[in-house]
Design a protein around this ligand. Structure first.
Ligand SMILES: [Fe+2]
Ligand SMILES: [Fe+2]
Length: 157
């Protein structure tokens, strides 16, 4: 894994820790959030995997290595596309992966969203999902079924 990837993962974990401090999940739940952060991009730099494949590959490897927490595995598996069946681990991790401060675009806008997460998690989740979905549509790529299902679940709340 590249050094750059490692610091990204550390920033995702740090942001989840900040949110956990503010939102007060039970310690075991906080640990689940952090576990997703540390697992999610483990194979992002693997030469034989494309951007869409590294989540499922990391989830499969974690499962083979003994991870049994379905919410953690689903957070990792679907972190690039979204997933309607996510519990809080998947949702919090999806937000942290996108809003961590080291990414080089829309820094102020993303920081403002990150600050709102503890009080308005679901509203921010919808904004981030919309943002990412707009990218996919504009790029001309197809939407995978998981992304459509994720958006529909958010939009119908
Ligand atoms: Fe990733
Ligand atoms: Fe990531």
């Amino acid at each position: 894994m590249s050094a750059e990837r490692r610091v990204h993962i550390e920033r995702v974990a740090a942001l989840l820790g900040t949110w956990a401090d503010a939102m007060g999940p039970a310690p075991a739940e906080r640990s689940r959030w952090l576990k997703a952060a540390y697992l999610h991009d483990a194979l992002r730099d693997a030469p034989n995997l494309d951007a869409l494949a590294h989540g499922p590959a990391a989830a499969d490897r974690a499962a083979r290595e003994g991870e049994t927490d379905r919410g953690v595995l689903d957070a990792v598996r679907y972190h690039t596309v979204g997933y309607a069946g996510w519990d809080d681990v998947g949702r919090m991790h999806y937000l942290a992966d996108f809003l961590e401060p080291g990414r080089k675009f829309a820094t102020d806008e993303r920081r403002a969203l990150a600050e709102r997460v503890p009080r308005e998690r679901n509203a921010v989740l919808k904004e981030v999902a919309r943002w990412r979905l707009e990218w996919v549509v504009r790029s001309g790529w197809p939407l995978v079924p998981e992304t459509v299902g994720f958006w529909n679940a958010l939009a119908s709340r």
